[in-house]
Design a protein around this ligand. Structure first.
Ligand code: MOS
Length: 674
């Protein structure tokens, strides 16, 4: 069952840009051609149908917010190539694009600095890294313990800039229905945070801003924090005195909506001859922009993974003349676990141990970071179940010895983890006179099936048929809820919906209609402390062509322990989607830096490659039944992100098993491998 499935395949489901508006005008964003400099002048073309031009030459009146990317046109300083520095509004989209093309912008370019390396001048430790985590964390004497360990691995890996490319680019229809009343249809991962941000920027009462987002064509984190798009659409609508539509082009997405920072990461693992870890050190270097500090928390997952008496994890970033990095599916865990799990494979070889056995021997009793008990932790069960399904037992550990003609074949494994968060939310449920129920919550469905799963949760709690339940989501006017991000959407919304349904059940019998509300903030604040994480194991089989260097993934298997799986069909899709994205990370995805222009030059899906069906012939996701009473009303952990975590390591480890060579820089393209 998928409630909006029919609406989506028939085209009835409307996305932000498709909503009609009377007398609508069209905006087009104009981006900078230099990576660093000053805008000297902006000259508008003479073009019939051009309504107005916005730019830093005439800064509009808006209030700042913490993300300076949203403080549009306030400064003449250009901070990266591709930054939005002007916009045109016209009668038609075609005229807007043409006007944007003809806009004459004069720059004073400055010397730029765009290339990350591990000892870049200006590297610093941010106060916190993404997610609010400590930049550095340690215990024991890690450097000494590493130096004194009989078995050692000291490796540096590099990951490139990677881009979220949801099918639906960011788009907004903005309409001022009164001087102090703003309505936007917007593509985002959470309408409430967009509403609050717009209210702050335009100095409006949040009650006077409505953000409507019933269908969203993917986000992967790029729509999790408000990007400049709804701000620019609202500015353009205010300037034009008419409703305005704005969509970023696919090419513009590569600079304007965030991306995964490149990283350089050094991991040192020291162990006893039997593989038991004595020391783990993980240092991550990443980039951020001049105008927004985003510090990828690449070493944070390492704090929870393995038992070791001596641990160090630390992060550094450097401000470069580059676009602002941001969230991309499992920010932190994805690049970090790629490196930790690759290094664990290297340690398995150094210690002469099976990589699964190495991980089993280093299972912690309690969370190494906090000392708290895990609410549930079934990494070993995932590894064992995956080994059974994948046929790991018969694996010959020797690298580089399986040949099929001109092809080398190998298999690899890696662990996965992702935090299991449940955030405060409100929900309202109404029992209608006709025996049906209406659930209201400002949740977002970014393609995950949120409507469907919330219907299941409500029906189950109410002991009603799913057909009798209607779920209203996708508007900031509905009860306040967190965004679809951090794999916490379903857990947080479902918990509030279940609590509201329980409250409603207590009222039924007093006649209809009845209504009940829940706010889970207090309950969640007062719950017992546990380390709450989902775990998983990824297995890959790869074939490497000796003549072309081409790597094919033949088989990919993910086994997860993620609490209760609420809807097997949509859950499976989430896992497979994450794994496919992980295969893209391993084999093809990379922003190629052009040092002359100071920009990543592959700005479309013809040049920035993501996997297609033919790249993923045999893929499967499975999960173990995990009953965890310490999570939320459903016993569910999030599943949106864990599917990508560790996949690139499993594939990289399989490539090593096939070839006997360690490639420590992604992606593993033919030129990199030959
Ligand atoms: Mo996800 S990258 O936290 O939206």
């Amino acid at each position: 069952m998928r409630i909006e499935g029919r609406a989506k395949v028939t085209g009835e489901a409307k996305y932000a840009y498709e909503y009609p508006a009377e007398d609508v005008a069209y905006a087009f964003a104009v981006t900078s051609d230099v990576a660093r400099g000053e805008v000297l002048s902006v000259r508008a073309p003479e073009l019939p149908g051009l309504i107005t031009v916005l730019s830093c030459m005439d800064p509009p009146d808006i209030a700042p917010v913490s993300d300076a990317e949203l403080h549009l046109f306030q400064s003449r300083t250009v901070s990266y190539r591709g930054q939005i520095i002007a916009a045109v509004v016209a009668e038609t989209l075609e005229t807007a694009r043409e006007a944007g093309r003809l806009l004459e912008i004069e720059y004073a370019p400055h010397e730029m600095d765009v290339e990350l390396d591990a000892d870049h001048p200006g590297l610093y430790r941010p106060e916190k890294v993404n997610g609010g985590f400590a930049t550095e964390l340690g215990s024991g004497e890690p450097a000494d313990a590493f130096a004194g360990s009989p078995v050692r691995v000291d490796v540096t890996y590099a990951t490139p800039a990677e881009y979220n490319n949801p099918m639906e680019p960011h788009a907004t229809l903005a309409e001022w229905t009164a001087p102090d009343r703003l309505v936007v249809h917007d593509s985002n991962q959470g309408s409430v945070v967009v509403r609050d941000t717009l209210a702050q920027i335009f100095g409006l009462d949040p009650e006077h801003v409505t953000v409507v987002s019933p269908h969203v064509g993917g986000g992967f984190g790029s729509k999790g924090t408000p990007r400049p798009v709804p701000v620019l659409a609202a500015l353009a609508a205010r300037a034009a005195g008419r409703p305005v539509k704005l969509a970023v082009t696919r090419q513009q997405m590569f600079a304007t909506v965030g991306y995964r920072t490149p990283t350089v990461q050094r991991v040192r693992l020291g162990a006893d001859p039997d593989g038991r870890l004595r020391a783990v050190l993980h240092e991550a270097v990443a980039q951020t922009s001049r105008i927004r500090e985003f510090a990828e928390q690449a070493a944070v997952a390492t704090r929870h993974m393995y038992r070791t008496p001596n641990l160090y994890t630390g992060h550094q970033v450097v401000r470069l003349d580059v676009p602002s990095p941001s969230w991309m599916r499992a920010p932190g865990e994805t690049p970090g676990m790629y490196v930790l799990e690759s290094a664990m494979d290297e340690l398995a070889y150094a210690a002469g141990l099976d990589p699964i056995e190495l991980r089993v021997r280093n299972e912690p009793e309690t969370d190494p970071d906090t000392g708290l008990p895990f609410s549930s932790r079934n990494l070993v069960a995932c590894l064992n179940e995956g080994a059974d399904r994948f046929g790991w037992a018969h694996r010959d550990p020797r690298p580089g010895v399986r040949r099929e003609g001109r092809t080398l074949v190998g298999t690899g494994v890696a662990a996965a983890t992702y935090p299991a968060m449940t955030m405060p939310a409100k929900a309202r449920v109404r029992a209608n006179e006709d025996g049906t129920f209406t659930v209201s919550i400002a949740a977002a469905d970014i393609g995950t099936g949120a409507r469907t799963v919330l219907t299941v949760v409500a029906a189950e709690t109410l002991k009603a048929e799913p057909d009798a339940v209607t779920v209203r989501i996708g508007s900031s006017d509905l009860p306040r809820a967190p965004l679809a991000g951090g794999s916490m959407g379903t857990a947080s919304w479902g918990h509030a919906v279940a609590r509201a349904c329980e409250a409603l059940l207590a009222k039924l019998g007093d006649g209809l209609p009845q209504e009940a509300e829940a706010d889970t903030a207090d309950e969640l604040k007062n719950r017992p402390q546990y380390a709450r994480h989902a775990f998983g194991a990824h297995f890959a089989e790869t074939a490497v062509d000796l003549d072309t260097g081409e790597i094919r993934v033949r088989r990919l298997l993910g086994v997860y322990a993620a609490g209760r799986i609420l809807n097997p069909q949509t859950a499976r899709s989430q896992f497979l989607g994450g794994m496919t994205m992980g295969a893209g990370m391993a084999l093809m995805e990379r922003g190629v830096l052009d040092l002359e222009f100071g920009d990543y030059l592959n700005h479309d899906l013809a040049q920035y490659h993501v996997p297609v069906c033919a790249d993923i012939p045999d893929i499967d996701a499975a999960w173990i039944e995990e009953a965890d009473p310490h999570l939320n009303a459903m016993g569910a952990k999030g599943i949106g992100e864990i599917g990508i975590v560790g996949v690139a390591a499993a594939i990289g480890n399989a490539v090593h098993h096939a070839t006997g060579v360690r490639f420590r820089e992604l992606p593993l393209t033919p030129p990199a491998v030959l």
